[in-house]
Design a protein around this ligand. Structure first.
Ligand SMILES: N[C@@H](CCC(=O)N[C@@H](CS)C(=O)NCC(=O)O)C(=O)O
Length: 218
């Protein structure tokens, strides 16, 4: 069966792209240029992803949008030895902790990043303090939760790097990339002091063979 990933060099787009590489699974990549404009609204793509967003994985008859669903699917199906994941049958607690964090990554972490990117494209921050205050407070909340969690741990779940670490680390990288692109690094300048455990964990993730190179894929 042929696996094809429809994606782009964004946070959500890079997550499955990097995981396919780390798992060493043969696959094709359909890379949309970014920003995608109307490319995602073409009829053939809407059949795969009616919401007109990337990424989407096609594996034989299975059509799977949603980056974190794709990570879970790839882990369950192709990470047979559990190199980057835990198996429900043998380690149910770690499996469900992974599920909890992967949902949290999509809803709270990536969700806040999505609002940041959307509003920054629409309005200058000064023009709507309420929205900006809320976005920045949400970033603080998410970073605090993650930092506290990582205080006594090397990785999110158990003692190894998993697809959960991958998802958060890609999100963190994207946050830095977008703040830089729009010229708002200043808003986050005290994050290194405020969230030291998260910063140390991120350095650890960058050492995982293939991860750093994966961030450069275009
Ligand atoms: N929850 C979805 C979100 C996907 C998403 O927001 N994709 C963005 C790029 S990161 C997109 O395709 N946006 C369409 C556009 O901006 O035209 C996932 O995790 O896959």
């Amino acid at each position: 069966m042929t696996i094809t990933l429809y994606t782009a060099p964004t946070g959500n787009g890079r997550k499955p792209l990097i995981f396919l590489k780390l798992l060493n699974i043969p696959h094709n990549v359909h890379m949309f240029s970014w920003p995608a404009g109307d490319q995602l609204k073409q009829e053939w793509y809407l059949k795969l992803n009616p919401h007109a967003i990337i990424p989407t994985l096609v594996d034989g008859d299975l059509v799977l949008p949603e980056s974190n669903a794709i990570l879970s699917y790839l882990a369950d199906t192709y990470d047979i030895e559990g190199k980057f994941s835990y198996k429900k049958e043998s380690e149910p607690e770690k499996y469900w902790q992974s599920q909890k964090w992967i949902f949290y990554q999509a809803t709270q972490f990536a969700g806040t990043l999505f609002r940041f990117n959307t509003f920054i494209g629409l309005k200058k921050p000064e023009e709507d303090d309420v929205i900006w205050k809320n976005i920045l407070e949400n970033f603080e909340k998410v970073y605090r939760v993650v930092n506290d969690h990582l205080k006594d741990r090397e990785f999110f779940v158990g003692d190894k790097f998993t697809f959960v670490d991958l998802a958060f680390a890609v999100g963190h990288f994207r946050r830095i990339e977008c703040a830089g692109k729009f010229g708002y690094e200043d808003w986050f300048k005290d994050y290194e002091e405020k969230y030291p455990y998260l910063i140390k964990w991120y350095d650890r993730v960058l050492q995982v063979p293939g991860f750093k190179e994966g961030l450069e894929l275009k």
